[in-house]
Design a protein around this ligand. Structure first.
Ligand SMILES: O=C(O)C(=O)C[C@H](O)C(=O)CO
Length: 272
């Protein structure tokens, strides 16, 4: 099953009701046992999905009605992060074992399938102009960048899996940020990147916890209340930040004009 979201202007968000905001930017029910589900956004033509194989095997769907191709990666590259227990991703016959929060980059042109009784794979694909090698990205093998502080309640570790360095991609960037125990804030102070769209997928929240995700132009922020394994589309004009009621992590993924991680504009707290 695939859904399509169209691009929106900041003024649409500023006059939207809570229900309209959620319909436009929040992605719910991505992870359903026995299915691969996807949402395609016209913002940078990013596609995010969830694959929950259960006892069977799932193939990455072509979603021809939306992508216009016979195979999903005919014109795209793919990022995968396992948000469940250990499972396998098979790429052109080669089997990769992914544990919780391990990642995989898959280059253009490959065929992909998923197995793992308790695995849940988060997927993000973007248009690609070239083919780059598939790479396993072990969560434990990536040196994290430490950000924030306990005093500011924004201490966190940013695991950059694919960020325009080391692993070659066309436009895709993604990684995982883990909030330290006792801290609540992600991406604060916030930033914008006019040349890229980003999608956040919040994971590892307890059932009763929520993240209050901040979005919108800096002077006109709105919020979305987000549960475990839900994703939020962040268009180029929107900040993307949040505070959680308990511990959590999130997968960030971007595509756009370039794959230069540092091409962003900090937003001062005074501007909010
Ligand atoms: O906690 C953070 O700060 C982040 O994870 C920031 C993301 O990497 C991001 O927004 C990239 O533009």
């Amino acid at each position: 099953m695939i859904h399509v979201r169209y691009s929106s202007s900041p003024s649409t968000a500023e006059t939207a009701t809570t229900a309209e905001l959620r319909e436009a930017y929040l992605i719910e029910e991505l992870f359903v046992p026995g299915e691969v589900r996807g949402t395609y956004t016209h913002d940078e033509r990013l596609l995010v999905g969830g694959a929950v194989p259960g006892t069977g095997q799932l193939d990455l769907p072509a979603w021809t009605e939306v992508l216009g191709v016979g195979s999903h990666l005919e014109r795209r590259e793919l990022g995968v992060v396992n948000v469940g227990a250990a499972g396998h991703v098979v790429v052109d016959g080669e089997k990769f074992e992914l544990d919780h929060l391990d990642g995989l980059y898959v280059g253009r042109g490959s065929e992909v399938s998923f197995t793992g009784a308790d695995a849940a794979f988060y997927l993000v694909s973007a248009p690609a102009h070239a083919t780059y090698p598939t790479r396993f990205l072990g969560h434990g093998e990536v040196e994290p960048v430490a950000l924030g502080s306990a005093d500011a309640a924004n201490e966190r570790h940013l695991f950059r899996y694919v960020w325009g360095q080391e692993v070659e991609t066309s436009v895709l960037q993604f990684g995982v940020t883990v909030i330290a125990r006792g801290s609540v804030w992600n991406t604060f102070p916030p930033h914008l990147h006019e040349r890229r769209t980003e999608v956040y997928c919040y994971v590892d929240l307890d059932e009763q916890d929520r993240v209050f995700h901040l979005m919108g132009r800096p002077g006109e922020t709105r919020h979305l209340v987000v549960r475990d394994r839900e994703a939020v589309i962040s268009p180029p004009w929107s900040i993307h930040s949040g505070a959680g009621t308990g511990s959590y992590a999130f997968i960030w993924a971007m595509a756009g004009e370039n794959n230069t991680y540092t091409d962003l504009s900090p937003v001062a707290v005074e501007e909010l």
